[in-house]
Design a protein around this ligand. Structure first.
Ligand code: UD1
Length: 369
């Protein structure tokens, strides 16, 4: 039997991508694997909840790195994952998405001659001030097998000189999780518990440094949310980073100013968050994953960014870039309220089978090495 592959996850958005790949690898039974959790996210609400809800087996290896500056966090993951690699060399290291755990483990692996597989390769925002963009560029530069979620990914990789035979369009693994969980989420009591009716509220997520780290920008956004919430109640699960930024900026009180209209919650489990998104009249977000999820759910999505690495969500999906200027957001919100928003259309290969395609590609690629 060949050694297992390592499947690396560290931060919340990784877990929804890992789950379908684990399921497919088990089902196909051709590639043994180990789950490595870096510990980048460590609050139970940001990690444990997802493992149990999505039925991901407990990690085989936990690196327990915790928070830190980008350099410190990345370095700690690199060092600890390298020690693990030296003790138990895998057949390959599979990394997901664009978080610090992704680039750190890819780098540790490639330096030891362990081939790297990147799931969700090729996405580019063109904005190098985003930590995720740097993580994407570097991870793809060292990966041997690049599994892509939307056509733009193949174009970027070709332009960057990646040999075409290394890249494959497999679709979006995160959408596998969404489609698998949606019936249960819809049947659950999430909305009722919060006193909400489908279509009668908006849903907000914000955590990008460009929106939350600057006190003035965050302050403007909070005031805008309070204003819009007078028209439509807004549910806002607040990311720990945003909670902390609001506290530092002296905005905690404003966030709590209209608790019936701007309903601030802690980070939500996957099923609750999915139910809230699926029932929302509109979503405001700066999350890449939420842009994708709303596109599949066909819920209008105002993306509070100037660019996106997921252009298919604005071409075929329901997302539009609105930046973080209140006037622009307000105008887009009004368009949604008037029913003037693209309904969206299906996105090829976002069909619930991407995990199987990843597992199939992985087995074929390992077999050919
Ligand atoms: C990370 C990813 C981002 C992803 C996001 C989803 C990088 C560069 N960023 O950003 O792409 O969209 O996860 O959540 O990898 N914190 C906690 N508890 C936790 C984790 C974090 O309280 O379990 C707080 C800490 O104060 C920490 C801050 O949140 O300093 C930021 O966490 P970090 O993992 O550095 O980045 P995220 O902003 O979560």
């Amino acid at each position: 039997m060949s050694p297992p592959v390592d499947l690396v996850a560290g931060a919340r958005p990784n877990f929804m991508k890992l789950a379908p790949v684990v399921r497919a690898l088990r089902e196909q039974g051709r590639v043994p694997f180990r789950i490595v959790h870096t510990g980048q996210h460590y609050d139970p609400a940001m990690t444990d909840v997802f493992f149990s809800e999505l039925e991901i087996p407990a990690p085989d290896v936990h690196l327990e790195v915790g928070s830190g500056s980008h350099g410190a966090q990345t370095a700690r993951i690199l060092e600890r994952y390298e020690s693990h690699l030296l003790q138990a060399r895998p057949a390959a290291t599979v990394v997901f998405g664009d978080v610090n755990s992704t680039v750190a483990c890819a780098l540790a692996a490639v330096k030891l001659g362990v081939p790297v597989v990147h799931v969700e390769a090729g996405l580019r925002s063109g904005d190098r001030s985003m930590p995720e963009e740097i993580n994407r560029l570097l991870t793809d530069a060292v990966a041997e097998l690049l599994l892509v979620s939307e056509p733009s990914g193949l174009d970027h990789l070709r332009r960057e000189g990646v040999a075409p035979e290394k890249a494959r369009l497999v679709g979006n693994v995160m959408i596998d999780t969404l489609l698998a969980q949606l019936p249960r989420a819809r049947a659950g009591d999430t909305l009722a518990r919060l006193g909400l009716a489908a279509g009668g509220y908006g849903y907000v997520t914000l955590h990008r440094p460009s929106n939350v780290d600057d006190a003035e920008t965050l302050g403007r956004l909070v005031e805008l949310l309070l204003e819009m919430a007078r028209d439509l109640p807004l549910v806002f699960p607040v990311h720990p980073r945003t909670r902390e930024a609001a506290r530092r900026a002296g905005l905690a009180e404003r966030l709590a100013a209209a608790p019936d209209r701007l309903v601030c919650l802690g980070p939500q489990p996957y099923g609750d968050s999915l139910a809230l998104m699926a029932g929302a009249a509109v979503v405001l977000t700066d999350s890449g994953g939420v842009q994708e999820e709303t596109s599949v759910l066909r819920v209008p999505c105002l993306t509070l960014r100037e660019n996106t690495e997921r252009p298919i969500t604005t071409e075929l999906g329901t997302s539009a870039l609105v930046g973080n200027d209140p006037a622009r957001i307000r105008a887009a919100f009004a368009r949604v309220r008037r029913g003037e928003w693209p309904a969206g259309s299906p996105i090829p290969l976002w069909d619930g089978q991407a995990g199987r395609r990843v597992a199939g590609e992985l087995a074929a690629w390992l077999g050919a090495r």
